[in-house]
Design a protein around this ligand. Structure first.
Ligand SMILES: Cc1cc2nc3c(=O)[nH]c(=O)nc-3n(C[C@H](O)[C@H](O)[C@H](O)COP(=O)(O)OP(=O)(O)OC[C@H]3O[C@@H](n4cnc5c(N)ncnc54)[C@H](O)[C@@H]3O)c2cc1C
Length: 385
């Protein structure tokens, strides 16, 4: 394996196995009391009450210092909890972005006042975030953003449009990536990040209806919205370094290969009841890929724990992981033909899960950076570009 790309492998220590069991027990209890209902949508559902219950369990902000409401656990422990929640289809969507990337970003670059104001609320499952990066003409080429912030007395006036902003209509805050100066020669200069309260005047959130006919992402329009100086994250014009850090958190976790895990899990049971050599082989192949992704993603969690910024490894996990997520519904339709699924009652629930993930699957390889962009990052680090 290239020295430039490293995935060190380690066996899971026994204490982590105990933690896995604890999460499984928690999920069982949540289901027993009706707080968590298994859904054909997997973990993608927002459920603020469930997020608060996880906060009470100390499973949000797990790795953050206790002075900011965190629980000082390791990145690997957080990985284990996350993986178990995702595999069980727990509705973690409400707090997910805040726990995965906004909180860690604030911890690294935020002011003391920002850390104290936001991190404890995030860790309690009481403050939710969305990602304000993409714009109508700037997705892959993120440095080309045009939403601009002009310096005014006591703060900044923001004008422009963000697009595809998942969950903006359900959350409290956005981490906004914004232009505060000219692009410069490197094309990555003049960008900054702000913490934005989405209820401020001058901000309009408009729904965009997706392929499934649902309102999940949005257009967010800023019309001279005033953002006070104390909501600047890190240093003005240090935005490129900060946003690439944020993207590592966004790209490397188990949420990038578990969006359709519940469908694979159902396929496993269905193959037992409707066996054939082809079906068994296909499900076994998917399971082997799942296990490889688990190992690679665990390794990235280890690197994050050591304070590294594994850009390339994260890009690799996301590229392989999201392709895997997309392949699951494809394989499902191939091995369980429509004639069987439509006539056998055994498939009723499965069909709804399959319908949903077929409609959402095209987005898996787009959100958080497209395959082409990720492969560009990988090629560059191998000296191929
Ligand atoms: C379900 C979903 C949720 C999302 N949620 C959010 C969110 O919450 N917040 C947010 O900010 N954004 C969000 N996005 C936006 C997402 O990050 C962008 O769609 C993505 O970065 C691609 O940008 P684009 O759509 O502008 O496509 P473009 O950048 O216009 O790309 C179009 C095509 O050209 C290819 N391409 C572009 N540049 C290159 C290149 N240099 N080399 C090779 N190929 C290239 C791309 O790979 C792609 O296939 C979401 C998207 C989806 C689908």
């Amino acid at each position: 394996m290239s020295e430039l790309i490293r995935f060190s492998m380690a066996d899971e220590p026994a204490n982590l196995r105990a933690l896995r069991q604890e999460v499984r027990g928690f999920i069982k209890d949540q289901m027993a009391c009706g707080a968590m209902v298994p859904s054909p949508y997997g973990w993608a559902e927002p459920n603020a009450a469930f997020s608060r219950a996880l906060g009470q369990k100390k499973w949000i902000g797990m790795t953050w210092p206790s002075v900011y409401g965190g629980h000082e656990r390791s990145a690997i422990e957080r990985f284990v909890v996350t993986e178990e929640l995702l595999a069980a289809g727990a509705p973690i969507r409400a707090h997910w972005v805040a726990d995965r990337q906004s909180g860690p970003l604030l911890l690294k670059f935020g002011t003391e006042a920002q850390k104290q104001a936001f991190l404890p609320r995030i860790a309690r499952g009481e403050c939710f975030f969305c990602i304000g990066m993409s714009e109508p003409d700037s997705g892959s080429d993120l440095a080309s953003i045009r939403t601009k912030a002009e310096k005014v007395e006591g703060g900044w006036k923001v004008t422009g449009t963000k697009i595809w902003t998942s969950n903006a209509h359900r959350v409290d805050m956005m981490i906004l990536f914004v232009r505060t100066g000219p692009r410069g020669e490197s094309r990555r200069e003049g960008v900054s990040q702000f913490l934005v309260d989405l209820t401020l005047p001058g901000i309009t959130i408009r729904p965009i209806i997706n392929l499934a006919g649902e309102h999940d992402f949005n257009e967010v329009i800023f019309e001279e919205a005033f953002i006070p100086d104390d909501m600047v994250i890190g240093t003005i014009e240090n935005g490129w370094k900060q946003v690439t850090n944020e993207l590592v958190y966004e790209r490397s976790g188990p949420d990038r290969w578990t969006s359709t895990f519940h469908v694979l899990d159902a396929m496993r049971s269905l193959v037992r009841r409707h066996p054939s050599a082809t079906r068994q082989a296909e499900v076994a192949r998917l399971t082997a890929r799942l296990w490889t992704l688990h190992q690679m993603s665990t390794s990235v969690a280890g690197m994050l724990e050591n304070g590294e910024v594994p850009n390339t490894e994260a890009a690799l996990v996301k590229d392989l992981g999201t392709t895997f997520e997309q392949d699951i519904p494809e394989v499902a339709r191939k091995i369980f033909p429509e004639e069987l699924r439509e006539t056998d009652e055994d498939f009723a629930q499965f069909n709804e899960a399959l319908r949903y993930c077929t409609l959402y699957a095209p987005g898996y390889t787009l959100r958080g950076g497209t395959k082409e962009i990720l492969r560009g990052i990988i090629a560059k680090s191998l000296g191929l570009k």
